[in-house]
Ligand binder design. Structure first.
Ligand code: NAD
Length: 321
């Protein structure tokens, strides 16, 4: 085996972020084991990797123990969009909590380094802005988003308990809104929603007055952050915010997408869903200073690539509504 070549497990590897991560790790000449139960993931996302002998795919649900031999684990398995994680909320909590227990158990047995894809949702509807890692959040524990938010919070707790109790090497990233090719077309996330609506010439649905802000990170930037965090010194456990601190209002995003697609779609307003945060923006000072990382892809560049992906997808025979 080449020097520096590792065996790396990516759970949720057939999903949006997971498939980009697998690609990146294969390009760096590692051996990648992609584990996924295909709840929201898709074989098309990793089709290009399947012929590669260094890439292996295993259908498995992380709620059950897994016995494999690897050097590093990236734990991404969990549906990420409200439509998907609210479809079976009990399963969502199980995936985050039992999934974390199983992957941490595996890491403990192997003394492997383990990365957790946590989320800005641990901050809930934040009362401070932008959010720094020491902000403890404002989460409604009994609301419809709690299965995701509290599941991810509990997973963070488990990571830090394994770190303290078992001296595990952990990395916890709090990921903010990320977009790019291979997002699910029907997942209700704002970028994919608007792009698909614009390409179809359907009305663009804005929830609320459109003044709520989001900060959108392009997927390549985020994956670079993952790899830097995993490669950082073992004293760097996180939690560390990874996201793009440039804020855009949802209304402004809709107009940009209409312009870039040349669509004739009109804007349509709908009521704001329960517990939808009004403002969400990362403070990435830690990522800047500790990982020397910050996003570099401008929104327009990322949107163009995302639009091109959805355009091809919507025209293809494989995609149905
Ligand atoms: N995309 C974002 O903006 C964002 C933001 C914050 C956090 N995250 C986190 O990043 C990770 C990946 O998100 P994504 O956007 O790629 O979502 P995704 O839904 O595209 O990917 C999740 C993957 O996990 C798989 N999965 C779900 N439950 C599983 C289970 N029980 N066992 C095995 N596999 C399972 C799905 O099939 C899918 O392939 C998630 O943990 C998510 O919470 C993403």
């Amino acid at each position: 085996m080449a020097l520096g070549r590792k065996r790396i497990l990516v759970t949720g590897g057939a999903g949006f972020l997971g498939s980009h991560l697998c690609e990146r790790l294969i390009a760096a000449e590692h051996d990648v084991l992609c584990v996924d139960n295909f709840f929201t993931g898709n074989k098309d996302n990793i089709a290009a990797l399947l012929p590669n002998p260094r890439f292996e795919l295993l259908r498995h649900d992380v709620c059950f123990p897994l016995y494999v031999e690897v050097d590093e684990i990236y734990n991404l398995a969990c549906p990420a969009s409200p439509i998907h994680y609210q479809h079976d909320p009990v399963q969502t909590t199980k995936t985050s909590v039992s999934g974390a227990i199983n992957m941490l158990g595996l890491a403990k047995r192997l003394r492997a380094k383990i990365f957790q894809a946590s989320t800005s949702e641990v901050y809930g509807d934040p009362s401070i802005h932008p959010q720094t890692e020491n902000y403890r959040g404002n989460v409604n524990p009994i609301g419809p988003r709690a299965c995701y938010d509290e599941g991810k919070r509990c997973a963070e707790t488990l990571f830090f308990d394994y770190y303290r109790q078992h001296k595990l090497r952990i990395r916890v990233a709090r990921i903010f809104n990320t977009y790019g090719p291979r997002m699910h077309p029907n997942d209700g996330r704002v970028v994919s929603n608007f792009v698909v609506q614009a390409l179809r010439g359907e009305p663009i649905t804005i929830y609320g007055d459109g003044e709520q802000t989001r900060a959108f990170c392009y997927v390549d930037d985020l994956i670079e952050g993952f790899v830097r965090l995993m490669g950082a010194a073992d004293t760097v456990t996180g939690p560390i915010n990874l996201g793009n601190p440039v804020e855009t209002t949802v209304g402004e995003l809709a107009h940009r997408i209409i312009d870039l697609t040349g669509s004739r779609s009109k804007i349509e307003r709908r009521p704001l869903p329960v517990d939808d945060p009004v403002q969400r923006c990362p403070d990435i000072s830690q990522a800047r200073s500790v990982l020397n990382w910050e996003p570099t892809v401008p929104l327009e560049t990322g949107l163009k690539k995302t639009i091109a992906y959805f355009d091809t997808l919507l025209r293809s025979n494989t995609y149905s509504q």
